[in-house]
Design a protein around this ligand. Structure first.
Ligand SMILES: C[C@H](O)[C@H](O)[C@H]1CNC2=NC(N)=NC(=O)C2=N1
Length: 198
């Protein structure tokens, strides 16, 4: 008898009546798929099904955390992701190595280690004090939409520093990179001081 072969992973998902995931899946999605249950009638997870999903989304293996995929995913466009709630029990801070990898995706941001707590920060000069407050308003819109909030500093009238980290875990999670990406996408050029060479 001829076996049906999956031409690619998309065909495989279709055969299994699954929607191929386009976003990084959170654990809750994995354990409660919307279209089909990968689990038995008693709610036990099918390792095979979970493996398929994990494999498809290209989940990083962070052996230090129980659910590494909650904390970060790689190879995905951060700007189309949403922050997950920070109070989840399985949320873990990422390692410095992973953070350095993700840093490539957020231009202008630096990685800092403050007393063992990894944070992201970005500094910029604004045209005036009030333009600085305008920028804060723009950032506040993104932060509220994501329910993830940066520390905002405006010092000496026109120096802004944005600091992001996940307080709940005492370090960085993918949420911080998602927020940084979305802040970078804000139209803020009219608020920023042109680069001057002193
Ligand atoms: C319940 C809610 O998700 C948390 O209190 C959020 C709010 N915003 C947050 N923002 C940041 N940057 N870190 C957090 O840990 C955090 N926690």
């Amino acid at each position: 008898m001829r076996h049906t072969m999956f031409r690619d992973s998309i065909s495989m998902f279709r055969m299994l009546h699954l929607h191929p995931p386009i976003l990084c899946l959170s654990k809750s999605h994995l354990f409660k798929p919307p279209s089909v249950s990968l689990f038995g009638t008693h709610g036990r997870s099918s390792i095979r099904g979970t493996e398929i999903l994990l494999d498809h989304v290209g989940v990083s293996s962070n052996r230090n955390s129980l659910y590494g995929f909650r904390t970060f995913c790689t190879g995905q466009d951060l700007s189309i992701k949403k922050c997950v709630p920070c109070d989840l029990k399985d949320l873990r801070p990422m390692t410095e190595e992973v953070a350095n990898g993700l840093l490539q995706q957020v231009a202008g941001w630096n990685l800092v280690n403050e007393g063992g707590v990894l944070k992201l920060n970005r500094s910029m000069k604004v045209k005036s004090f009030t333009k600085g407050l305008e920028l804060f308003q723009l950032i506040a819109g993104v932060a509220e939409a994501e329910a993830h909030h940066p520390d905002l500093h405006l010092v000496e009238w026109n120096n802004i520093t944005i600091e992001i980290w996940t307080h709940a875990v005492g370090g960085l999670t993918e949420n911080d990179f998602i927020l940084a990406t979305k802040i970078n996408k804000l139209n803020m050029h009219h608020l920023l001081r042109r680069k001057v060479t002193d």
